[in-house]
Design a protein around this ligand. Sequence first.
Ligand code: 25A
Ligand code: L14
Length: 339
Amino acid sequence: MKKFKVAVAGATGAVGLEMIKMLESRNFPVESIKFLASKRSVGKKLTYNGKEVAVELLTKNGGRGVDIALFSAGAAVSKEFAPFFTADGCFVIDNSSAWRMNKDIPLVVPEVNPHDLKKEKKLIANPNCSTIQMVVALKPLHNFAKIKRIIVSTYQAVSGAGQKGINELAEQTKAWAKGETILAADKFQYQIAFNLIPQIDVFTENGYTKEEMKMTNETKKIMGDNSIEVSATCVRVPVFRSHSESVWIETEKPISPAQAKELFSKANGIQLLDEPKNNKYPMPLSAENMQMTYIGRIRSDISTKNNALTLWIVSDNLLKGAALNAVQIAEVLVKNKLI
Ligand code: 25A
Ligand code: L14
C-alpha cells in the first residue's frame, strides 16, 4: 500500500495532539511524520507509534517533501504558512477559519460532501466544530425532507478555545474548590467556571457573533444548498470536551420522529441514543473521546402545524469537530486516489 509523508502543524495544541493520536489509531498509511509548532515548543518530544519525534519550527519551507499537512495553529498562522505548503505540492487540510468561505476552496465533511475534494485543490478547509456535527446529523433529513430552516442553540466546551481554554476552566475550578480568589478571565470574556457565556468569537454588524455566522454560512456551503436558512446562538459552557446542540428544523416534506430515527440508523457517523423511558440521551461526558455524532430527544414540534422537528446533538469537538474530520478527509484523498 502506498504510504505518505505527513506533517502536523500546531502539533502541540489541543487539536494537534488529537490529530497525532487519530493518525495512529486509524492506521493512516504514514511513511514519515514531522511535528511543527512555534518556537515555544521547538525540541519538545512527542511520540508517534511509540517513537519519539522532536517538534520542529514551522517555517515556509515546512511543506517541502511532505505529501499531506494537517494544520491546527489558528487562522493567522494558517494564512501565513499554508500557501507555501501547497505551492510545494503538498495537500493542506486546515482546521482554522482562514479559508473556509473562499469559493475556490473545498469545505468538507466526508459524510456529507466528499465529492467536493479534487486532485487539483490542494488546500482543503476543515469546517467549524459546531457546524460539522450539525451537518452530519441533518444531511440524512435534508435528503429525505429538504430542510428549509434551522434554529440552533449550542452549548460549547472550553476546549474549542484550545489548550488555554482548557487550562482556564481547570484553574478557576481548582481555585473555587480551595476557597481561593478566582483569577480574572483571560482566554474568555468572563469567568467560565459556574457560568455560561453567550459569546463565542467576536460580534459582527448584524448582532450575531462570528461563530454563529460560521454555522449559517458553512452549513449552506457544505450542504451545497444556499436556500437553507440558519439562525444560531452559540454559548460557551463549563464543560471540557464535546459540544451539545439543541436544534429545531423546518422541512418541506413532513417527517416523523420515527422516520428520522430510521434515517439516522442507516447513516454513517451517527449513533442514535433516544430512549426517554430509560432516561437515555446524549451528553458531553459520554461523547468524550468518541468518534460518533450522537442524536437524541427527537420530537415533533407541538407549537406549529408546519413540518418541524426538534433534536439534541452531541459530539466530541476535538475529534469529529476537528482532528477526526481532518484525518477522514485525508483518508478520502487516499481512497479516491486524489493523492
Ligand atoms: O487564531 P484562532 O483561529 O483564533 O485560533 C486560536 C487557537 O485556537 C486553537 C489553537 O490553540 C489556536 O492556536 N484552535 C484552533 N482551532 C481549534 C479547534 N477547532 C482550536 N482549538 C480547538 N478546536 P491551541 O493552543 O490548542 O493550539 C495552538 C497550536 O498552534 C501552535 N502555534 C501557535 N502559534 C504558532 C504555532 N505554531 C507555529 N507557529 C506559530 N506562530 C501552538 O504551538 C500549538 O501547537 P506552540 O508551540 O505555540 O504552543 C505550545 C503550547 O504553548 C501554549 N501557548 C500557546 N500560545 C501561548 C502559549 N503559551 C504561552 N504564551 C502563548 N502566547 C499552548 O497552550 C500550547 O500548549
Ligand atoms: O472556527 O470554541 O474553528 O472558541 C475556533 C474557536 C470554533 C470555535 C473555528 C472556540 C472556531 C472555537
